[in-house]
Design a binder for this molecule. Structure first.
Ligand SMILES: [Zn+2]
Length: 154
Protein backbone atom coordinates (compact mmCIF):
# COMPACT_ATOMS: atom_id res chain seq x y z
CA UNK A 1 0.00 0.00 0.00
CA UNK A 2 1.35 3.37 -1.00
CA UNK A 3 1.23 6.37 1.27
CA UNK A 4 0.13 9.60 -0.32
CA UNK A 5 2.62 11.51 1.68
CA UNK A 6 5.56 9.64 0.31
CA UNK A 7 7.09 11.46 -2.57
CA UNK A 8 9.55 9.62 -4.73
CA UNK A 9 12.04 10.35 -7.42
CA UNK A 10 15.09 12.57 -7.60
CA UNK A 11 13.17 15.78 -8.20
CA UNK A 12 11.49 15.55 -4.81
CA UNK A 13 14.19 16.96 -2.60
CA UNK A 14 13.66 16.90 1.15
CA UNK A 15 12.66 20.14 2.86
CA UNK A 16 13.82 22.77 3.56
CA UNK A 17 14.34 24.14 0.06
CA UNK A 18 16.28 27.27 -0.80
CA UNK A 19 14.07 30.29 -1.40
CA UNK A 20 14.67 32.05 -4.71
CA UNK A 21 13.40 35.34 -3.26
CA UNK A 22 15.52 35.73 -0.13
CA UNK A 23 18.09 32.97 -0.69
CA UNK A 24 17.52 31.31 2.67
CA UNK A 25 16.86 27.61 3.14
CA UNK A 26 13.58 28.24 4.85
CA UNK A 27 10.98 26.70 2.56
CA UNK A 28 8.72 24.17 4.27
CA UNK A 29 5.28 22.85 3.34
CA UNK A 30 2.62 24.92 5.03
CA UNK A 31 -1.14 24.23 5.21
CA UNK A 32 -2.70 27.21 3.49
CA UNK A 33 -6.24 28.28 2.71
CA UNK A 34 -5.41 28.93 -0.88
CA UNK A 35 -7.61 31.10 -3.07
CA UNK A 36 -7.01 31.50 -6.75
CA UNK A 37 -8.85 32.56 -9.87
CA UNK A 38 -8.49 30.21 -12.80
CA UNK A 39 -9.73 30.77 -16.30
CA UNK A 40 -11.13 27.94 -18.39
CA UNK A 41 -13.00 28.22 -21.69
CA UNK A 42 -13.05 31.99 -21.31
CA UNK A 43 -14.78 31.84 -17.94
CA UNK A 44 -13.22 32.66 -14.59
CA UNK A 45 -13.63 30.43 -11.58
CA UNK A 46 -12.80 31.37 -8.04
CA UNK A 47 -11.30 28.36 -6.33
CA UNK A 48 -10.82 27.95 -2.64
CA UNK A 49 -8.63 25.12 -1.50
CA UNK A 50 -8.66 24.85 2.27
CA UNK A 51 -5.57 23.41 3.93
CA UNK A 52 -3.63 23.07 0.72
CA UNK A 53 -0.03 22.17 1.45
CA UNK A 54 1.99 24.94 -0.20
CA UNK A 55 5.79 25.11 0.11
CA UNK A 56 6.27 28.48 1.79
CA UNK A 57 9.34 30.40 2.91
CA UNK A 58 9.31 30.88 6.67
CA UNK A 59 11.54 33.88 6.30
CA UNK A 60 9.94 36.00 3.57
CA UNK A 61 6.61 34.23 3.03
CA UNK A 62 7.19 33.47 -0.63
CA UNK A 63 4.94 30.66 -1.89
CA UNK A 64 6.04 28.09 -4.42
CA UNK A 65 3.41 26.73 -6.79
CA UNK A 66 4.91 23.34 -7.48
CA UNK A 67 3.60 20.80 -9.95
CA UNK A 68 1.90 19.04 -7.05
CA UNK A 69 0.17 22.23 -5.91
CA UNK A 70 -0.78 22.98 -9.49
CA UNK A 71 -2.29 19.51 -9.91
CA UNK A 72 -4.50 20.06 -6.89
CA UNK A 73 -5.64 23.43 -8.22
CA UNK A 74 -6.40 21.80 -11.56
CA UNK A 75 -8.37 19.01 -9.96
CA UNK A 76 -10.37 21.49 -7.87
CA UNK A 77 -11.14 23.43 -11.03
CA UNK A 78 -12.18 20.26 -12.82
CA UNK A 79 -14.58 19.26 -10.07
CA UNK A 80 -15.99 22.78 -9.81
CA UNK A 81 -16.82 22.79 -13.53
CA UNK A 82 -18.04 19.19 -13.28
CA UNK A 83 -15.73 17.68 -15.85
CA UNK A 84 -14.70 14.05 -16.11
CA UNK A 85 -11.54 13.37 -14.13
CA UNK A 86 -8.44 11.83 -15.72
CA UNK A 87 -9.21 8.60 -13.85
CA UNK A 88 -12.78 8.55 -15.11
CA UNK A 89 -11.72 9.06 -18.71
CA UNK A 90 -9.15 6.32 -18.45
CA UNK A 91 -11.40 3.81 -16.71
CA UNK A 92 -14.30 4.46 -19.09
CA UNK A 93 -11.96 3.87 -21.99
CA UNK A 94 -10.79 0.61 -20.41
CA UNK A 95 -14.36 -0.48 -19.73
CA UNK A 96 -15.12 -0.05 -23.38
CA UNK A 97 -12.03 -2.05 -24.30
CA UNK A 98 -10.48 0.71 -26.35
CA UNK A 99 -6.82 1.50 -26.78
CA UNK A 100 -6.01 5.17 -26.55
CA UNK A 101 -5.22 5.19 -30.26
CA UNK A 102 -8.60 3.66 -31.16
CA UNK A 103 -10.46 6.06 -28.98
CA UNK A 104 -8.54 9.08 -30.23
CA UNK A 105 -9.28 8.07 -33.81
CA UNK A 106 -12.97 7.58 -33.14
CA UNK A 107 -13.18 10.90 -31.35
CA UNK A 108 -11.15 12.65 -34.01
CA UNK A 109 -8.62 14.05 -31.56
CA UNK A 110 -4.84 13.57 -31.46
CA UNK A 111 -3.75 10.61 -29.33
CA UNK A 112 -1.38 12.94 -27.45
CA UNK A 113 -4.31 15.15 -26.44
CA UNK A 114 -6.22 12.16 -25.09
CA UNK A 115 -3.10 11.08 -23.20
CA UNK A 116 -2.80 14.57 -21.71
CA UNK A 117 -6.40 14.42 -20.48
CA UNK A 118 -5.84 10.99 -18.95
CA UNK A 119 -2.68 12.09 -17.21
CA UNK A 120 -4.22 15.32 -16.02
CA UNK A 121 -1.72 17.40 -17.98
CA UNK A 122 -4.54 19.31 -19.65
CA UNK A 123 -8.17 19.94 -18.85
CA UNK A 124 -10.64 19.22 -21.58
CA UNK A 125 -12.95 22.05 -22.60
CA UNK A 126 -16.61 21.73 -21.72
CA UNK A 127 -17.38 21.02 -25.36
CA UNK A 128 -14.83 18.20 -25.38
CA UNK A 129 -16.18 16.91 -22.10
CA UNK A 130 -19.65 16.71 -23.66
CA UNK A 131 -18.17 14.93 -26.64
CA UNK A 132 -16.49 12.39 -24.34
CA UNK A 133 -19.70 11.74 -22.42
CA UNK A 134 -21.73 11.29 -25.59
CA UNK A 135 -19.04 9.09 -27.02
CA UNK A 136 -19.19 6.71 -24.07
CA UNK A 137 -22.99 6.84 -23.83
CA UNK A 138 -23.45 6.04 -27.47
CA UNK A 139 -21.15 3.07 -27.11
CA UNK A 140 -23.11 1.82 -24.12
CA UNK A 141 -26.25 2.05 -26.22
CA UNK A 142 -24.77 -0.79 -28.18
CA UNK A 143 -25.66 -0.64 -31.84
CA UNK A 144 -22.28 0.21 -33.30
CA UNK A 145 -23.35 0.58 -36.93
CA UNK A 146 -26.27 2.80 -36.18
CA UNK A 147 -24.13 4.85 -33.86
CA UNK A 148 -21.49 5.38 -36.52
CA UNK A 149 -23.91 6.44 -39.23
CA UNK A 150 -25.53 8.92 -36.87
CA UNK A 151 -22.44 10.47 -35.41
CA UNK A 152 -20.35 10.81 -38.53
CA UNK A 153 -22.79 13.18 -40.12
CA UNK A 154 -21.21 16.53 -39.40
ZN1 LIG B 1 12.29 33.55 1.29
Amino acid sequence: MKSEHQTQGPKHRPFPWRCTQCGKEEIYPKPTDYTTVETHDGRSYVLILPDLSVPTCRYCGDQLITTKVDEQITSALRSQIGLLTPCEIQSLRNEHGLSSLQMAEELGVPETLLADWEMGMRIQSRAMDDLLRHFFQSRVAGDRDLDLSLSQGR
